[in-house]
Ligand binder design. Sequence first.
Ligand SMILES: Cc1ncc(COP(=O)(O)O)c(C=O)c1O
Length: 464
Amino acid sequence: MDMLLFSLNRDTNMPLYEQLYEGIKEAIIHQKIAVGEKLPSKRRLSDFLNISQTTIELAYAQLLAEGYIASKPRVGYFVEDIAELPFIEKTITHTPDTPKKHTYKIDFSPGKIDEDSFPFTIWRKYAKDLIDLHSKELLQIGDRQGEYELRSQIASYLYQSRGIHCTAEQIVIGSGTEQLMPFILRLFNQASIALENPGYSAIPRNQLDHAVIPVDVDADGLLVDQLEKTEANLVYITPSHQFPTGAVLSAARRAQLLKWAAGKVSRYIIEDDYDSEFRYIGKPIPALHSLDQNEKVIYMSTFTKSLMPSLRVAYFVLPPALLARYNEIFSYYSATVPRFDQHILAHFMKDGHFSKHLNRMRKIYRKKHDKLLSILTKHYPTIGVSGDVAGMHILIQVPHSKDEQELQKIAKENDISILPLSNYLLTPVQAEFPTFLLGFGGIPIEEIEAYVDALMMAWSIRKN
Ligand SMILES: Cc1ncc(COP(=O)(O)O)c(C=O)c1O
């Protein structure tokens, strides 16, 4: 071959050698240069294209390494037969446009936390220290149950704050309640699981091949009488603050539920204690696990509410009797939370920052909670309120001629996101009034009144 003509662009970020390499490669692939043809010598091509010989050397070396050309010592470079090389024609694939998720001007969803109070400075310090001092050790794969340091911190936190006695060996860390739930279910073959109705919607989505049995909830929590009449041998429950109704499982029902579980070897209770840190009325509710004498409770919790949803750290505590089975099934699994994040969190807890953060957040959420309730009682007395003893949302009952779906639609048209109770029902239960979850965690305190007013105005409910 006499010469290769390429237009090289000196104004882009792409190095010249790469442009040359791409150009020759394309020409070979599309058979514009025949198999066996000799490429121009580096010196001649360098004169012709007015670029350095080193640039050409780099391009030829890359083509050589990838098998597009072969070198014959002291003779030159020749185009290889690439018919056998796997080659995929570059095509621009157009994925269908997925509509961007709309960000509402006013968002009452229950999953939001306060964004202004996160201790970024402290978090950054632990992240930096970890990278500066321990980065090499943390490059290798970690413990599949989660880092021992974090599990020890969680064990001592559970003992101090929830009265739970457990060891780090019983704890399994994963990237969220939703992700851990199928792990728990895999420990039980063919079990049917009873779920609260209404209840946390992520659970039925993850029930694998287990039959789901809805069990109703009233002001005292799960109807254990109803559970007793089912075939279920597992029950998922949020006893400290039922999601979404906010009911607290009464002492009598707690005893009844623990008795139900003790009645058969195959029965277990999955206790989701997702937001017990934030309680506004009365003393903290003891975890069901702390009352259990028969090791029948699989306790689970998360840092989603207490720290941040994006951290993706949740955990469960297995009763000793289930540990062997867990180890057998999950011996090939790896932890799903990055080791760096686990260690940042472990240090944050060890040095007392987690407790400090919780104390601070409790005050902040209490203020928001009190403000929301006072606005509703003072200005909108027709609106019923329930589920207001804990957590980061309350329930409102709205006497209205329109139903939940219509009211939600009107809210959306006014750029307000609000979720109806029916979103959380496994089987339809007719509520007396349209009922909605009013999340307040993410709303700046100074905006609460304006946001409530906007919602009520959209629903044509007059302010008193
Ligand atoms: C009942 C319940 N459990 C757990 C969680 C947290 O889930 P995750 O740990 O997957 O963020 C939530 C969500 O906010 C919840 O409402």
